[in-house]
Design a protein around this ligand. Structure first.
Ligand code: CUK
Ligand code: CUA
Length: 623
């Protein structure tokens, strides 16, 4: 035990030392050049001339900004911030009635892992799903409008960090918990951790027609702390794998206490079988949620020992293996699905106290890959030629190696401390093998200084040859965890909202603009067009809204400019309100007019040469 602790502290202080001084490791950015120092040839590869578009979309998680950031690759230009979990005054997200309701009273989220909807194991480009580790939510973003359509709250979870990842036909959005908690928001002291606290995996369904999410069932697992996860494909379709880092049941100081044992587990779950079990009535109802206990099902849940405190686990494109990377044990372990299936068939396991059969490490492990001096492996990506790419957080590099043999082919420094990497079409059954982007936690001295806190950064590599070629290093919006890179021609974004995407409150003709009073509710069915608002077509002052103090006011405004990129905004002065109406979109905002006075309204989105003239008044008569 003492030995272990000393070793661990060694690693921890090693980590500290590296964190403080590793800027020496990759010094300087001379890597951003071909070996002959020809920067121009590299620069050409990222230069996208005016009028031309990028080859790929990079859908990047914004971490605790709660948002999705969309970049173009290879230019690495930031194209759009898409609000998902956090309020965003630029788009009125969180202010308009729809998004406010979806956010459920929260104003921020912690978004780590995006997942583009899949068909036959390939990104289909229709939707993107996002996890909120902080507030136990999953969101769906419609990639036709780059608009969040639904957010579902997951009960019993303690931070769905190991989410989201998808089964190959988007049958399920899988969301395993990070922290274990007592079920049903109940109280139980930490002393009862092992008995009362549960590790939850939520299985969420998505309906493409209604664009809504719904929790289907939950799996109740031991309180092991689930970290990352991935779904099987092809020969392993039907299974998911997840890493755990707290098989010690530590409830305090996880840095030490969750790292005592030499091994934690990979949990392997047959979701197809479990969904049949649920249909067959093997789930128990708990406060309206169908829950599966491992003791009630057979042949669906297994544990496999893995080097301690692993972080990432990633399934190879052919679905034959999964690679786990350990923060504290600095190696990548390749496991074979076939070997796991064989061990299961031979019943070569013993069930543990939670009723979960534990397979033998040697039975499932295929090889350990341990590049000398490479420290802190976190996540694995793949190309189309059987190669894997691992980010090394501590030694600040990307290591390329052959999955079949473990042979290390190339190592390139990154600037600095990468978390995830993202390969082009990387999670699909057929990655492109063109680009790889390292999402770095720390930029240090890469860019113009903006004070003590530096931006995060990203490194772009050309991975089409044997050696990775470093193309560029750019600042990136906080905080990059995972991202996905999808071919641009797979995204079919629309420039204008279809009329049927809107609700009954739409008004399509100027003459129909009207103000209706129902008791103390005032509904404004208005239109926005270049460059005016018409709230009441029949009134003398068509752009004025008069209400009484205390009225509940609803502004339903339709943008009837069905022209590309003519977005209007609407703010109400001193009422802390702002929303936007994209072309063809109807947005609603409601508020109680509790302050009397005169409140100018103006369009917040520059929409024409007469944008400044696009205004009106809210007049609130005192009671
Ligand atoms: S995690 Cu951030 S570097 Cu939340 Cu996917 Cu590994
Ligand atoms: Cu409408 Cu500015």
């Amino acid at each position: 035990m003492n030995k272990l602790l000393t070793a661990l502290l060694g690693i921890t202080s090693g980590l500290l030392v590296s964190t403080l001084f590793f800027s020496d490791i990759g010094k300087k950015n001379d890597q951003t050049a071909t070996t002959d120092g020809n920067y121009a040839s590299v620069a050409q590869k990222v230069y996208v001339p005016h009028g031309k578009k990028d080859e790929y979309y990079l859908m990047s998680s914004g971490g605790h900004s709660g948002q999705l950031q969309v970049y173009g690759v290879p230019s690495m230009r930031l194209i759009r911030n898409v609000p998902v979990f956090s309020v965003d005054s630029a788009t009125g997200y969180g202010y308009d009635a729809d998004s406010k309701k979806m956010m459920g009273g929260y104003t921020w989220g912690d978004f780590h892992h995006p997942a583009i909807s899949e068909t036959n194991g390939d990104y289909d480009g229709q939707f993107l799903f996002a996890n909120d580790v902080a507030n136990n939510r999953i969101a769906a973003v419609d990639l036709t409008y780059f608009h969040t359509t639904d957010i579902v709250k997951l009960p019993n979870e303690g931070g769905p960090h190991a989410a989201v990842f998808l089964t190959p036909n988007t049958e399920y959005i899988v969301a395993p918990t990070r922290f274990a908690r007592p079920l049903g928001d109940e109280y139980a002291p930490l002393d009862n951790y092992k008995e009362k606290y549960k590790g939850i995996v939520s299985m969420v369904k998505f309906d493409r027609a209604s664009k809504k999410l719904a929790l289907d069932f939950q799996i109740v697992l031991p309180p092991w702390s689930y970290d990352l996860s991935d779904a099987g494909k092809k020969m392993s379709d039907g299974w998911v794998v997840m890493t755990t880092y707290n098989t010690e049941f530590a409830t305090t100081n996880p840095e030490i206490n969750a790292s005592q044992k030499d091994r934690d587990y990979i949990v392997m779950i047959n979701w197809k079988k479990l969904s049949e079990d649920v249909a067959a009535g093997k789930a128990k109802d708990y406060k309206g949620v169908r829950m599966i206990d491992p003791r009630d099902v057979e042949g669906a849940i297994y544990a496999i020992p893995v080097a301690k405190s692993p972080h990432g686990v990633d399934v190879t494109p052919d679905g034959s293996r999964f690679v786990a990377s350990g923060k504290l044990a600095p190696l990548m372990t390749v496991f074979s699905f076939q070997k796991a299936f064989d061990a299961i068939a031979k019943k070569d396991f013993v069930a543990n106290e939670f009723g979960i059969p534990v397979l033998k490490y040697e039975d499932v492990m295929e090889r350990e890959v341990d590049p000398p001096g490479a420290l802190g492996p976190l996540h694995t990506q793949f190309d189309d030629r059987g190669n894997a790419f691992n980010t090394m957080f501590i030694s600040s590099e990307v290591v390329k190696w052959k999955v079949d043999t473990g042979e290390v082919i190339d190592r390139q420094p990154v600037y600095y401390s990468p978390g995830h990497a993202t390969a082009a079409e990387g999670d699909t059954v057929s990655p492109d093998g063109t680009y790889l982007i390292a999402g770095n936690k720390i930029a240090k001295d890469n860019f113009l200084s903006v004070g003590p806190s530096h931006p995060e950064s990203a490194d772009l590599f050309d991975i089409s040859g044997d050696k990775m070629v470093h193309l560029t290093n750019v600042p990136i919006q906080p905080e990059p965890h995972y991202s996905q890179m999808i071919k641009a021609d797979k995204i079919h974004a629309k420039p204008i909202y279809d009329k049927d995407e809107n609700r009954p409150n739409s008004v399509w003709s100027i003459n129909d603009a009207r103000i209706e009073r129902k008791g103390n509710e005032v509904h404004v069915y208005g239109v926005a067009l270049r460059s005016k608002y018409i709230f009441d077509a029949k009134a003398e002052r068509k752009d004025a809204i008069t209400v009484k103090q205390g009225d509940h006011v609803f502004l339903h405004i339709t943008n009837i400019d069905l022209d590309q990129d003519i977005t209007h905004g609407l703010q109400v002065m001193d009422y802390n309100l702002n929303m936007e109406m994209q072309p063809g979109q109807t947005s609603t905002m409601d508020f109680v007019a509790n302050k009397s006075g005169v409140f100018p309204i103006y369009c917040t989105n520059f929409c024409s040469a007469l944008h400044q003239e696009m205004s009106g008044y809210l007049l609130v008569q005192p009671q």
